[in-house]
Design a binder for this molecule. Structure first.
Ligand code: ADP
Ligand code: TPW
Ligand code: MG
Length: 583
């Protein structure tokens, strides 16, 4: 009987069946994201995810469309850093996926939680390499560049797939996750009730990881014996959102602290214990260093060498959620493995009611060096030179941030980055977003857009002219969503400097040089935003103040002396140089 029916034609649905509610892949993905509080998607539309974007918007998800996937991916990753929930980036197959991949890899390197969701082509055709539209084995390519990579083939597995992606992104050391969704999945239909039941609301996605009491005691014993202690606060400490506990620990200990770039503002840079202005002294002369959410990578000279003084002069305590981070570069005498909130609270508790202040001569050494350096810098920041140099321009921006401590500062470039990092004081946690562990150019507009979307705060993006170029087209996105972003382009006509010449005398300019006298402000005007050309610190101050007050999308072209910068900013030492080079 059944056979006969199949052979002739499909059976008519019974009335119960036709009334039964159906769902499909599109809806299940949207429902799975919403169920887990993931209400914003950063992406670029196209096959096979165009309708998905439309439907997500219709279902109340905020869909922020970009002009290039790398910027959408960077936006998602910094949304993850700011919120501790994975930022979602949505891309089309092969080329769109690859465009998003740099951001995914960068997120993983920086320990930012994000999920790159890419549509992909038909598995049967891709695996036989038969030349499908945008054919690519995306899962295999993503795998080495992220924490975890998953593919969902059946609508009934969407709930589990999304749950796994969320857990992988935010638990332990956060990072990037790839979720591959083949085109066919989106239109797969299933019973709505069964679909609802297949969804998973992830419970406790980033469980607390309590440090062992013995590890806490060991760390405190080392700290207590220190004569010249130092605390280093990294971006892991900022990410942890354990601001009060961290401040409590630093203040109770009385130990000088050094913030890494994105750790700035956990305690204000103007805090009496901040040793930012005495960086080289505290790194070289300290005897015990407690790292909180900071790795001993190149940014800290791997914990050894000249920067760190005499070999063997240092003991390291390290607080990190990733056990494999311990001893990565040098011996860690007191590893404290756990989440920063739990570790710092345990340390605070272990310190008891009274904790001995660090030796007075150490505190004196640090504050003397710091006061000297600050005093030396002060007049340079007030200079009114025309054309502007970095110090004059950054002196103006420094005051603007001081007056608006809750604004978010995005920063990239070489000189523009290194000098702004040192000059612009931060006052609140997670307000400084920059190139991070890789020193990658191109994060600017993606970070600025996500910062505005996720926090609703004013955003000031201080960009080298080269750095800006990597994501500059997104000024249209800023205008389209009418975001309170003020971009300041430090226009020195090039990479590091605008003064290089072609040694052959040929008509091509030098490889580091751009069109002279460019007017980046006109780019913002082209899309309806405000553009200002600023040639003096006063003009710059006025324009940025106005933008930060009005919240209107603004781009200020800050004309900087093309000879003011130095090669590679502050990291020229990493630049290999040929001894054979003709001068
Ligand atoms: P920075 O560049 O500021 O020095 P890094 O990115 O090198 O900082 O280091 C951040 C560290 O913080 C990583 O080793 C990461 O495992 C760790 N981390 C991130 N989040 C947490 C957390 N919630 N608890 C503990 N460690 C964390
Ligand atoms: C993805 C190499 C490091 S810094 C920089 C480049 C190209 C630009 C410096 O010029 P800018 O700043 O921004 O004008 P300034 O003030 O010194 O003139 N590609 C990527 N990442 C990196 N880091 C580079 C290239 C680089
Ligand atoms: Mg430049």
């Amino acid at each position: 009987m059944a056979d006969a029916a199949v052979k002739s034609k499909a059976p008519e649905p019974t009335s119960a069946e036709s009334e039964r509610e159906l769902t499909d892949g599109f809806h299940l993905i949207i429902d799975a994201l919403k169920l887990n509080g993931l209400n914003t998607i950063y992406g670029v539309s196209g096959i096979p995810i165009t309708d998905f974007g439309r439907m997500a918007q219709a279902e109340g998800i905020r869909v922020i469309s970009f002009r290039h996937e790398q910027n959408a991916g960077n936006a998602a990753s910094i949304a993850g850093f700011l919120t501790k929930k994975p930022g979602i980036c949505l891309t089309v197959s092969a080329p769109g996926f690859l465009n998003g991949l740099t951001a995914l890899a960068n997120a993983t390197t920086n320990c930012f939680p994000m999920i790159l969701i890419s549509g992909s082509s038909e598995r049967e055709i891709v695996d036989l390499q038969q030349g499908d539209y945008e054919e690519m084995d995306q899962l295999a390519i993503a795998k080495p560049l992220c924490k975890a990579a998953f593919r969902v083939l059946h609508a009934a597995d969407i709930g589990i797939g999304v749950a796994r992606a969320i857990r992988a992104a935010v638990s332990g050391r956060p990072g990037g996750v790839y979720l591959d969704l083949p085109a066919k999945l989106f239109s797969q239909v299933m019973d709505a009730e069964a679909g609802r039941k297949s969804l998973v609301k992830v419970i406790d996605p980033a469980p607390a990881q309590i440090p062992a009491p013995a590890a806490v005691k060991r760390a405190l014993d080392v700290l207590k014996g220190a004569k010249r202690p130092l605390i280093i606060l990294g971006k892991g400490a900022a990410y942890a959102q354990a601001d009060d506990a961290i401040r409590g620990l630093v203040e109770k200990s009385g130990i000088p602290f050094l913030p890494m770039s994105m750790g700035k503002g956990l305690l204000p840079d103007t805090h009496p214990q901040c040793a930012g202005a005495a960086r080289s002294t505290v790194l070289k002369d300290s005897d015990v260093v407690m790292l909180i959410g900071a790795r001993l990578n190149w940014l800290l000279s791997h914990g050894k060498g000249k920067t760190w003084g005499e070999p063997g002069s240092k003991k390291f305590i390290q607080i990190d959620i990733e056990p494999k981070e311990m001893d990565s570069n040098v011996e860690i005498v007191a590893p404290v493995v756990g989440d920063i909130g739990s570790c710092v609270s345990a340390l605070l508790e272990g310190m008891g009611g009274k904790w001995p202040a660090p030796p007075a001569d150490w505190i004196k050494t640090v504050s003397t060096r710091k006061d000297d350096n600050i005093a030396k810098m002060a007049p340079r920041l007030m200079n009114n030179n025309v054309p502007m140099d970095y110090h004059g321009a950054l002196g103006a921006l420094r005051t603007i941030v001081k007056e608006r401590p809750d604004a978010i500062l995005v920063n990239e470039g070489a000189n523009t980055l290194d000098l702004a990092r040192g000059i612009i004081d931060m006052y609140q946690p997670r307000k400084r977003l920059d190139v991070g562990t890789w020193g990658v150019m191109g994060i600017g507009m993606g970070f600025a857009i996500a910062a505005a979307i996720e926090t609703g705060k004013r955003v000031l993006a201080v960009e080298g002219d080269s750095a800006f170029g990597f994501s500059g087209m997104e000024v249209e996105t800023i205008c389209r969503y009418n975001l309170p972003v003020c971009v300041v382009v430090f226009n020195n006509n090039g990479i590091y400097r605008g003064t290089d010449v072609n040694p052959t005398g040929g008509s091509d300019v030098a490889p580091t040089v751009f069109v002279k006298g460019s007017r980046y402000d006109k780019m913002m005007e082209a899309f309806g935003g405000v553009g200002v050309n600023a040639t003096t610190p006063d003009e710059l101050r006025r324009a940025v103040n106005q933008a930060m007050d009005s919240g209107k999308p603004t781009l200020v072209n800050a004309v900087i002396d093309p000879s003011a910068g130095s090669e590679s900013g502050r990291i020229g030492n990493l630049n290999p140089q040929s001894v054979l080079r003709k001068k």
